[in-house]
Write a protein that binds this ligand. Sequence first.
Ligand code: SF4
Length: 166
Amino acid sequence: MNYANIKDCDIADGPGVRVSLFVSGCRHHCKGCFNAETWDFNFGKPYTEETEEEILRLLEPDYIQGFTLLGGEPFEPENQVILVHLLKKIRERLPKKDIWCYTGYLYDVDLIEAGKVYTEVTKEMLSYIDVLVDGEFIEAEKDLSLEFRGSRNQRIVKREEFKLEK
Ligand code: SF4
């Protein structure tokens, strides 16, 4: 997996001050995407064990509320396999930090068993996520007044609301 950017002081993608990872690779190709260069899975830098340690270190200060995963598309199957390890480590080492994730896939359609991008690690990955912002960006539903999302169709789904069985 490649990644486009790590932000060490992100105040736009979830509550409080956060560390954010923008992964590379996205098959949605939404019209008006804010980050089209990340559609290419080869964009940016290779994600390595050092990258993972850097993220964990950046998350340590008390003023950092949590971690946000976005892209690109974190739930592309080839990205899930890598990211599940990172999320597990954050949960183990820094259990007080909250985890947000942005995805263009719909959690109750694409991320359930037999869904478009369901893999052997999807459930585990979701189990580490506190809040999922789901749905593609739809330019016609763009609304700058929305907090933490770009278009009205997108949903902010808390972990307790996940209904992942069919
Ligand atoms: S899912 Fe996100 S990164 Fe992918 S095309 Fe849509 S807006 Fe862009």
